[in-house]
Design a protein around this ligand. Sequence first.
Ligand code: ADP
Length: 574
Amino acid sequence: MKIKTKLNLGIGLLFLLIIILTVIGIININALKNDSENILTANQNTLVYTREMLSALDDTSRNSLQIFESNLKKQEKNITEIGENEITLKLRMNFESLKVNHAENEASVEIRKNIFQIMKMNMEAIQRKSEIAKATADSAVLWIAISGSLCFLISLTLLINLPSTIANPIRELTESIKQIAAKNYSKRVKISGPKEFIQLAMSFNTMAKKLEEYNNSNLAKLMIEKKRIETLINKMNDPVIGLDENLKIIFANEEAIKISGLKNDTLIGELAHELAHENDLIRNLILDIKTHQVDNNESKKTIKIFASNKESYFEKETLHISIIPTGEETQQIIGYVIFLRNITRFKELDFAKTNFIATISHEFKTPISSIKMSIQLLENPQIGALNSEQNNLINSIKEDTNRLLKFTGELLNMTQAETGNIQLSIVPSDPREILSYAIDATRKQAEQKQIQLVIHCEENIPNMLADAEKTAWVLTNLIANAIRYSYDNASVQIKISQKNKSVDIAVIDTGQGIQAEYKDKIFDRYFRVPGTQKEGTGLGLAISKEFIEAQNGTIHVESEYGKGSTFTITLNQA
Ligand code: ADP
């Protein structure tokens, strides 16, 4: 049935009930009115007339007969009870005989008797009729009570049923809409109420079905995409591990599982920081995420892992995955991906190269030193005087030998740094002594270009924790560079100062300076600023960095292109 029809019927029924109640009330009140009117007009009036007649009878005044006559006439017209007419006729006769003979006592007695009979008859009638009226009132009360109760019951049924006929389907529909909103697309509504709701439910079910189909088709597509990406990651030769924002491992490819030494189900779905208690590799991998060291999106670090029965080297790269959620403005980290690039082959090649260079430079050192000694012997006049041409040749051989010796020395130092075999003896050392060694080593070079070496040293400079030989090597290299890259007749300042429990030694020149884009690169091995004319290997600063960092110090450069550079080493105070 339609909801409109239902409402119409319900409200119509209520109207009908009200009308029925009103009609029953009116009928009963009318019946009561009739009963009371009946008593009033029929009997009550007779009593009044008879009382008037009695008092006229007792009255001796002249018009008493007239009063009697008129009341008798009224009574004659108000005959209502059975037998009342005969007694009234008798009363008329007796009155007529009293009118003829005033003194007739018998007639007067008869009249009084008649009047009392009429009065008694009417009083009995009043008694009887009031009983009828009472019964009418009782039946009115009964009827009104029955019909009232019936109306109440019907209204109550309507009150209970009508709102729920409308509210129940709406509630069920609302519940289903909530389920759909919560992505439970399999939800369907079964409404057996009014026609409109059945139609609404059918439309809703069609919508839910279409949504389910759409969702399933999307899900299938997503599953295929997921499988594709999973296969791709699994087939990668390098280990890849994905973590969510809470560091729960959400995926790890076969290579990653292999090197972790764990099983698939003990790795995936687990919290990395919990696994890190027992697994060194996982601890190492999440270290920079946990310490928030990676502020930018990526970082690269080489780590050594014992995998496939040998030491393997991996370059670690951590990507921070962040998104801006729909409707928000701030970025939110949703996870991390750790890539481990296997660089073992390159490392092995690098070791081979380092070993080769180390062997060659070591083997070169002895013959070069003996050439140097032979030259010194040749220069000795006791062995024999040399003419000027021979002297020139000897000088040029000496220069080349020195250069070769410096080069092989640098290569050896480099191989030491690369293999981590730097032999250090870090002891409290006087920075001035180290500096004077470096000045001595570079004095000749400075003189050749008429460059002044100016030393500024703060008073009470403390000793520093340093390996004197290696630090002197670094300073010699810095001062030699400062001289090399300065113009003739310039000056090179060397400043020793103390700062926050450390000692700074700065080498300041006013030479050509370094372009900003090369400032970070000059500490890389074999790097030389493009266009540099002066001879060199590009190893000096790389070795210096290794030497200073091995002593827990730092080296950095400040430079303005065209104005000069300042190289500063900082070492811990003793
Ligand atoms: P080398 O001097 O043997 O080339 P280094 O490692 O000592 O190697 O220096 C690397 C590069 O840095 C040099 O080639 C040079 O271009 C630049 N450089 C180093 N020191 C200075 C300096 N004081 N002034 C300008 N450029 C410099």
